[in-house]
Design a protein around this ligand. Structure first.
Ligand SMILES: Nc1ncnc2c1ncn2[C@@H]1O[C@H](COP(=O)(O)OP(=O)(O)OP(=O)(O)O)[C@@H](O)[C@H]1O
Length: 242
């Protein structure tokens, strides 16, 4: 187990966005978190990474209770993540973008940072483009650059929030191949709307609905689960098209 939550909950002024979430993440797996819009996925991962404070419950990462640990210390402990909204600095080069992320873990050790940047950019296929300005990259490449930023801190857990949103089909195929490669060296938590990506990549799937865990299982189990099918009725079109 690399991460566990115990009865994790979050309320926003009376709205219960997450309720009683008991979640476990096994090492070196690809675990997908799915659910209809507004189900509470972003709220949940925001608590995992330390951007939002839980209202109740606890989070354990690699045997440590990190519930109250600031975000930057969680990164230093081995959590890496990318956000739903592109967060690259458009006027900085690819190298500089990834170096900013690498320094969060490696400090000012220039040689170590340079090495980590080269490795991370190489991993996502942007090794040749290190000196290009990030804003000149295509949208798909900017999303890969973000994954490189997440990888730069050499995370033991990489959390990806809707990484394929806005990607073309060919880019999604390349993304799937990348995740398969990365899954041999790190644990991946994938928040994803694209069901073909989820069904192909995920070893395990957790379904959130109205802020609670509705189901958990393999792709085949989730696919066949009547409660999951019911939760997606009515939102099916939106989710299938994402
Ligand atoms: N900062 C906030 N203040 C108030 N309500 C919030 C806040 N953040 C989220 N919510 C509410 O909490 C609920 C869960 O939202 P959340 O963004 O976690 O869902 P989601 O599953 O990530 O949705 P999506 O798939 O659309 O990204 C929603 O009703 C949302 O409006």
């Amino acid at each position: 187990m690399i991460l566990t939550t115990e009865a994790l909950g979050k309320s926003f002024d009376g709205l219960r966005a997450n309720n009683d979430i008991n979640f476990t993440l096994k090492k070196n797996r690809v675990h997908a978190l799915i659910g209809p819009n507004g189900a509470g996925k972003t709220t949940f991962v925001s608590m995992l990474i330390g951007r939002l404070e839980p209202t109740d419950g606890a989070i354990w990462f690699d045997g440590k209770n990190v519930t109250e640990m600031p975000a930057h210390r969680r990164v230093a402990q081995g959590m890496g993540y990318t956000f739903q909204i592109t967060s690259v600095f458009a006027r900085l080069s690819c190298h500089e973008n990834v170096a900013l992320a690498a320094r969060r873990r490696l400090g000012r050790n220039r040689a170590a940072v340079d090495e980590a940047v080269a490795r991370a950019l190489g991993r996502v296929g942007l090794g040749e483009r290190a000196e290009e300005v990030a804003g000149d990259l295509s949208y798909g490449h900017q999303r890969l650059l973000e994954i490189a930023m997440g990888l730069a801190s050499m995370p033991r857990l990489l959390i990806l929030d809707e990484p394929t949103q806005g990607l073309a089909e060919s880019e999604i195929a390349a993304f799937k191949a990348l995740i398969r490669e990365l899954s041999s060296e790190t644990t991946i938590l994938l928040i994803e709307h694209n069901m073909s990506v989820v069904m192909e990549l995920a070893d395990e799937i957790t379904v959130l609905n109205f802020g609670e865990i509705l189901a958990h299982g393999t792709a085949a189990e989730i696919h066949a689960n009547p409660a999951v099918q019911a939760a997606y009725l009515g939102t099916e079109t939106a989710d299938a098209e994402d």
